[in-house]
Design a protein around this ligand. Structure first.
Ligand SMILES: [Zn+2]
Length: 438
């Protein structure tokens, strides 16, 4: 079975976006003075700008058999791209309040905060996202129904890790943070045996998980946790992969930071590696052989903890991982490993998702390849390339218009104000300049 396509409310009618420079997400060279035609929720035409016939500026008499006139968007000076894909977000993690404030929240405050985060993520140009723990299907359904705006969503719901591992929120004294005590935020799943692994993934399948996230190494953010610690072993990863094949073939992605953690994930058959900072040349070869996707989450890797809240030891440890990770990812890029974009937003601020493109350029990708990583490769990793990921006739009209040139000023896209307009399924969901007349 193929991946579930998350629906969002559709646009109606015809819109011609004319005069922008097209960067279509496939890696093809930019096309100046292009035209993209949106028909309802799909892309009806893409290519060189067609001559104006005048028909689109005046209304036709009803029933004369001519095509409906289009709304014409003059996008000269802007760039038109596919809606972006962020494969690694945590939308349920607020970025603007500390754990103390959050501990006092009622579930409704959690939900409204998350809804606002989803809207900010969409406004940053991300029309499709994969939430890798913390977000419940209610949010995916609310976006689909149009109750809130946000990226179309694939969800991991929870992450699998062993007792004491990266996903285990229990503190050494046995206490739990408030979020982990709530049924409304089921972000964690502790598994130690094969039976527990099978039961956990069957429950996640029952709740509607689109992807399974498994921690094969430790991390930097949970109590007593370190990237070098072992996580779920290769045989359990293989068990999950086999189990999902009997269901909807949901992809299995591994949180893997250390060398050993990456090895366990690859041997177990994970489709993608999140982080991958301990990659060695041998493991890079193995990724190439297995066609495993790397989601290096450089936005998270390059951000250092706030010195006001973190110990010097913690800052030094993060700095070591940053330097090691950047070297490893640069080698993977050079070797030709398939790279896709994920930010780990939530761990880092939300709404600056396209900063990841600039980080990828910093480790050696061309801007064109970085855009492709952030669009078509992301859609392919989610199994949605038939519908999303490039500006291609017949695909869903998820489009962004940027002021900054992605090919010469990619770092500027970190600022969401550079994203001037966003369409999702042909519907305008952001229009800073009121260019669409919507
Ligand atoms: Zn994460």
């Amino acid at each position: 079975m193929s991946a579930r396509l998350p629906r969002t409310p559709s646009g109606t009618g015809r819109t011609r976006i004319v005069g922008a420079t097209l960067v279509d997400g496939t890696g093809a060279p930019a096309l100046p003075d292009a035209e993209v035609e949106v028909v309802d929720d799909r892309i009806g035409y893409v290519g060189p700008r067609r001559p104006d016939t005048g028909a689109d500026t005046e209304a036709d008499a009803v029933g004369n058999g001519r095509a409906t006139p289009a709304t014409v968007v003059d996008a000269r000076g802007l760039h038109v791209l596919p809606g972006f894909v962020d494969l690694h977000v945590h939308a349920a993690m607020p970025d603007d309040v500390g754990p103390d404030v959050r501990a006092g929240w009622f579930p409704e405050e959690e939900a409204f905060s998350t809804a606002r985060t989803l809207a900010r993520t969409l406004a940053a140009g991300v029309t499709t996202a994969r939430d890798l723990s913390g977000l419940t299907p209610g949010f995916r359904n609310a976006v689909a129904a149009g109750h809130i705006t946000g990226p179309r969503l694939h969800l991991a719901v929870a992450l699998l890790s062993p007792t004491g591992g990266h996903g285990d929120p229990v503190a050494p004294n046995g206490s739990l943070p408030v979020y982990a005590q709530r049924a409304t935020t089921p972000g964690w799943c502790v598994v130690d045996t094969a039976d527990e692994v099978v039961r956990a993934v069957r429950r996640l399948d029952r709740i509607g998980a689109d992807v399974i996230k498994v921690c094969t190494s430790g991390g930097l953010s949970t109590p007593g946790d370190d990237p070098t610690e072992l996580g779920v072993p290769a045989e359990h990863v293989a068990l999950i992969v086999a189990e999902m094949r009997r269901r909807r073939s949901q992809p299995v992605t591994a949180h893997a930071q250390s060398e050993q953690g990456i090895r366990e994930a690859l041997r177990g058959g994970a489709a993608s590696i999140e982080h991958g900072y301990g990659l060695t040349d041998e493991l890079i070869e193995e990724m190439l052989d297995r066609a495993t996707v790397l989601v290096p989450t450089l936005s998270a890797l390059t951000s250092l903890p706030d010195p006001a809240r973190a110990s010097q030891e913690k800052i030094d440890r993060k700095r070591w991982w940053r330097d090691t990770g950047l070297r490893a990812v640069a080698r993977a890029v050079e070797a030709g490993v398939t790279i896709a974009t994920g930010t780990d937003a939530g761990v880092v601020p939300h709404g600056r998702n396209l900063a990841e493109l600039g980080h990828l350029v910093d480790v050696g990708m061309t801007p064109l390849a970085a855009v492709r990583a952030g669009t078509l490769v992301g859609a392919r990793t989610m199994g949605l390339q038939e519908h999303l990921g490039s500006v291609t006739t017949g695909k869903l009209a998820d489009l962004v218009l940027t002021r900054a040139d992605p090919l010469t000023a990619v770092h500027a896209l970190a600022d969401p104000r550079e994203v001037r307009a966003v369409w999702q399924s042909g519907r305008v969901v952001k229009d800073l300049d009121r260019i669409t007349g919507a």
